[in-house]
Design a protein. Structure first.
Length: 431
């Protein structure tokens, strides 16, 4: 093999924005690969006898093109947009060809330029991209299968986000998503159109409703900043923070039990969680807040409780949570396999639910169940014993202080059994 291929970041000012090293690389290249637009921007630099290939719609073929050209001792240059290692082709080529086969000559990111135009410090900015495919309009309760799910989770958890948009996934579509989720008042947005072109235009910070009604010229980048001050703790919300059924107020996993149950679920930032018999939604909604890059799928058979869950979801501004109104196991077959499962209510189908959950739970995953009756605990223990699953039981009984005249006494809460089971990881080499 000859020298590595050179990946050069190109902006819309073309030759003007290239370093001397990048200019020299393009002029000496035997094969220049890039999108049609970037090839045209640098057409005057490319030698007349050099070969040009448009990679539009042919990205998987590019690594092989590079390998074949280098085997023939040809110099290869790949033209990318902006910084090739920021939502660009650079990382893909390093993965496919290896680090030694690639040199990167970066350029400024369009998001960096947009921040400069708006005089916006960007050292804490989180970058995101929605330019890969048409995601469609956002649907409240949609899961990771929706193309805007990832960027929504970034938006609701970061103070400043820069988004590379697309002709379909526009600033207006992203604004409408925030409106649909009921969090629009927490944000303001700005757009930079056609950066480094004669048509460049900067649209300063505006409210989300205004943004949702605007159409902007392509290409553009979007900046979103959060103006809200966090009100709720990340973990251990008070029971009163959740709307609950009335007059039967109290259909909720109490804070002490909820905290232990969530801890035993061994959640990760990207965990997929099932909440079966969700009640007021307290466990699943707190799990969703802890699993910032994951998703919670909840099911509740009671219509009134399902409506309460949705109110709690909106009040807590939780966006990675999908509710199915129905009786388990209906609907569970459509959910992705979980890393953790919480069963708060079984609707009389406890044995069948446990067997289904153990089957679907990913290896190393945790099943956590709460019981207030000996009968349900016994059923669950029999079922787990027959499955040869590793399990343990914790009995938790809390007492809360209550005023009595000028003093305080302790009032006991109902005892709860927390039954935890972990699905074993298959031994190496086992089927």
């Amino acid at each position: 093999m000859d020298e590595p291929c050179l990946v050069i970041g190109v902006l819309d000012n073309g030759v003007e924005g290239l370093t001397p090293a990048a200019l020299k690389g393009v002029q000496e290249a035997d094969l220049v690969i890039g999108g049609g637009r970037t090839l045209e921007l640098l057409r005057a630099l490319i030698r007349a006898d050099a070969e040009c290939r448009d990679l539009t719609g042919r990205l998987p073929q590019v690594p092989q093109w590079v390998v074949e050209a280098r085997q023939g001792h040809r110099r290869v240059v790949i033209l990318a947009s902006g910084d090739p290692l920021c939502h660009g082709i650079g990382g893909y080529l390093v993965e496919k060809l290896g680090r030694s086969a690639v040199l990167i000559e970066p350029n400024l990111s369009l998001i960096q330029i947009a921040c400069a135009r708006l005089k916006q410090p960007w050292q804490t900015l989180r970058m995101a991209s929605v330019h890969s495919r048409d995601a469609g309009e956002w649907r409240v309760g949609a899961g990771p299968e929706h193309g805007l799910h990832g960027v929504l989770q970034v938006l609701v958890r970061e103070k400043l986000v820069g988004i590379l948009t697309s002709p379909e996934n526009t600033p207006g579509r992203i604004a409408r998503m925030l409106l649909a989720e009921g969090v629009a008042e927490d944000f303001e947005m700005a757009v930079a159109e056609c950066l480094l072109q004669d048509r460049e235009c900067i649209h300063d910070w505006m409210d989300v409703t205004t943004m949702s009604q605007r159409v902007f010229a392509e290409p553009n980048v979007l900046l979103v900043r959060c103006c809200a001050v966090p009100e709720d703790p990340l973990f251990g919300l008070e029971d009163a923070r959740f709307d609950q059924r009335k007059p039967d107020k109290g259909l909720i996993t109490k804070r002490e039990v909820r905290a232990v149950s969530l801890a035993r679920m061994a959640l990760q930032r990207d965990s997929v969680v099932w909440d079966i018999g969700a009640g007021s939604g307290s466990v699943g909604l707190e799990a969703a807040r802890l699993c910032a890059q994951g998703h919670v799928y909840a099911i509740e058979k009671n219509t009134e409780d399902a409506a309460i869950i949705l109110r709690n979801r909106a009040s807590l501004r939780v966006t990675n949570y999908t509710l199915w109104q129905g009786k388990a196991p209906a609907g569970l077959a459509e959910w992705p396999d979980p890393d953790a499962i919480f069963i708060g209510g079984s609707g009389g189908e406890l044995r069948e639910l446990i067997l289904l959950c153990l089957e679907r739970l990913r290896p190393g995953g945790h099943l956590v169940m709460n019981f207030a009756t000996l009968e349900n605990l016994g059923t669950a223990l029999d079922c787990l014993a027959a499955s040869a699953t590793v399990w343990d039981v914790t009995q938790l009984q809390a007492a809360r202080s209550r005023p009595i005249l000028e003093m305080h006494r302790l009032q006991a809460e109902n005892p709860v059994w927390i039954l935890c089971a972990e699905k074993s990881v298959p031994a190496v080499g086992s089927p």
